[in-house]
Design a protein around this ligand. Structure first.
Ligand code: ATP
Length: 439
């Protein structure tokens, strides 16, 4: 099935099955916000845990932080966001709809009503708020539009507490907020979203080597979460399209149902941010090299990954339609590494106590085995509706394996193991299950 037609189906599946709902839905929604339901949270948490594992825990040179979302307004003045974090906005004089000027081909005519468009002006995308009871300029703060600055302002703290040697990085996962002029395409362009970012500090002359290292690492990440490699493309961003702080940027684009668009960014931010904060705060953000006795402001490589765009890429990539047992089905071909449920355990019939008891026993056994193995598999119990419906429901939420306990189980301690993608079933011993599924 062509991917182009899948967007509406994915949105509807995500809502029906409890992955993602429209934000504030019963009040008519709030544009650009999305609420994650139980399965969406599970998927998102799996992604974040995997990222943290791969980019922080599996390395010796990474320091995790979780900085406050509200920061001193001077952070955003120094970083350039107060002055420059804006998109070009045009408004229709007739219907008053607003558009991003760089998304329009005709800057004269409103694409919605044909009315005349006004002049292009710069619209700052930071959400402004006031801290404390006073509403004067001194109390202004912003919801952070990126997690990056939370790391730059903690650079000195990490140096003082841990004395790391270059190269090393700070890593953070957290919410970011942008008052996007036109939120659209489901999770793709939201006003509140999550980022997984690293600021990796290097000697100025080493930047190319580490830029390349992170580029490779991002491809490994793409594979690890099960995105098809041939749906992801690198785009070398030209000098005129790069952010003001960047000397080189590669966008990792994904083939979404609505076109090829940015999934992640990898940027060489030079010493722009630390330099700006050193100037803005008066604190020294230099690194002292013990070996050469040199002092300098390190340069930065930044891989920036959006959690929600990852979820969207994964859902649209995994959504599959086929025919099984002569009937059409739709399912999510999720990798076991990130699927909200890894194994679902069922009793064949709900109203036969010995079957239910045995199924509960197998369920408990797998959960226990998972704890001992220290693995991250997620085991579910399901006895709702008939067995065919349960398989379909698990297929739709992307569960790779289902284990069914039937009458034969009571006699010989074997169960059926069903594979999501092929629908094939095989019989195996209960004692073999954990080795097969949780290994
Ligand atoms: P775009 O050009 O699509 O607006 P950007 O270049 O402004 O994106 P960055 O500032 O590089 O994005 O942000 C880093 C990452 O954060 C992006 O690669 C993306 O994954 C995510 N991201 C940025 N803006 C949004 C948004 N409005 N909604 C969801 N994710 C976003």
């Amino acid at each position: 099935m062509a991917q182009e037609n899948n967007m509406e189906k994915v949105i509807s599946l995500a809502k029906r099955r409890g992955f993602i709902y429209q934000g504030s839905e019963i009040y008519g929604g709030l544009a650009g916000t999305w609420d994650y339901g139980p399965l969406g949270v599970a998927l998102k948490n799996n992604l974040k845990t995997l990222w943290w594992q791969m980019f922080v825990e599996e390395r010796e040179d990474m320091y995790g932080v979780d900085a406050a979302i509200l920061m001193n307004q001077n952070v955003w003045k120094a970083s350039g966001h107060v002055g420059g974090f804006s998109d070009p906005l045009v408004e229709c004089s007739k219907c008053h709809h607003r558009f991003r000027a760089d998304h329009l081909t005709d800057l004269k005519k409103c694409p919605d009503c044909g009315g005349a468009l006004g002049d292009v002006r710069q619209f700052n995308m930071m959400f402004k708020t006031h801290v404390g009871a006073a509403e004067d300029e001194g109390a202004v703060s912003y919801l952070r539009p990126e997690t990056a600055q939370g790391m730059f302002v903690n650079f000195k703290n990490i140096i003082d507490s841990f004395h790391p040697t270059l190269p090393f990085g700070l890593a953070q996962i957290g919410k970011a907020f942008r008052n996007e002029i036109a939120p659209r395409d489901f999770l793709f362009r939201a006003r509140e979203f999550e980022q997984m970012e690293i600021e990796y500090f290097v000697r100025p002359n080493d930047w190319e080597r580490f830029f390349e290292e992170f580029r490779q690492l991002m491809w490994q990440w793409v594979e690890r979460i099960g995105l098809r490699r041939d749906r992801v493309y690198e785009l070398e961003v030209s000098a005129e399209d790069r952010a003001h702080y960047s000397k080189r940027t590669i966008d990792f684009e994904f083939e979404y149902p609505f076109g090829r668009k940015e999934l992640y960014g990898l940027a060489y931010r030079t010493d722009y941010d630390l330099g700006a904060h050193q100037k803005g705060s008066g604190a020294s953000l230099e690194y002292f090299d013990e070996a050469t006795k040199e002092k300098f402001v390190p340069h930065v490589i930044e891989p920036s990954l959006g959690v929600d765009r990852t979820v969207l890429a994964i859902l649209t990539d995994a959504y599959t339609e086929d025919e099984l047992g002569g009937e059409p089905r739709s399912f999510l071909k999720l990798s076991p590494a990130i699927a909200p449920v890894t194994v679902a355990v069922f009793p064949l019939l709900k109203n036969k106590p010995p079957l239910v008891e045995k199924a509960r026993e197998v369920y408990a056994l797998l959960r226990e085995a998972k704890k001992t193995a220290g693995g991250r598999a997620r085991i579910a119990f399901d006895d709702n509706g008939n067995i065919g419906k349960r398989y379909r429901r698990q297929d739709e939420i992307g569960t790779p394996w289902c284990v069914t306990i039937d009458f034969q189980t009571l006699e010989d301690e074997t169960v059926t193991l069903r594979d999501r993608d092929s629908g094939n079933q095989e019989r195996l011993k209960i004692s073999e299950l954990s080795g097969r599924l949780l290994g």
